[in-house]
Design a protein around this ligand. Sequence first.
Ligand SMILES: NC(=O)CC[C@H](N)C(=O)O
Length: 191
Amino acid sequence: MLKIGVLALQGAFLEHEQMLDRLGVAHFQIRQLSDLSCPMDGLIIPGGESTAIGKLLNSLDMMSPLREKVKEGLPVFGTCAGMILLANEIENDPKRYLQVMDICVKRNAYGRQLGSFFTRDLFAGQEIPMTFIRAPYINKAGAQVEVLSTVDGHIVAAREKNMLVCSFHPELTDDTTVHAYFIEKMARSSR
Ligand SMILES: NC(=O)CC[C@H](N)C(=O)O
């Protein structure tokens, strides 16, 4: 049976678990280094505050083991702060986290106060609801990166090999398209 680990240090991890429940996919929370050795078919890094999650990953000695797992090919899905944590580069910000995906992201790209909005647009050719909360977008993507969504000319969802990221929060809508994409096209097919 497929099993997905959900990084549960800070942020919207419960909502991801609810989406996995709706898809009938088993999951467990990753809260400490030892949880990373449990067998898993994929990993979700939720939205929240990238600086807070990054600090916790460092203080719990989880940053390098997590980086290695993703580099070894573990399918990973990062939403919002999760996208920032996976990025190689953050615009105008010296902080670096996992640095596994060939993208440069702009944090709080829509402004801090009024930066939350809702829209409907295409994800991999299918229209879905998109909730943005102080979201980043991708302002540079490497040649291996497949763009899955653009909103107002900015890249807001993309995939590179075993890594899927989106700026918006599919776990906060009732649409399971993005989670189903991750499960079917990435986690299940890498088994
Ligand atoms: N909803 C979110 O995950 C917001 C991301 C947050 N603004 C950050 O920079 O980490």
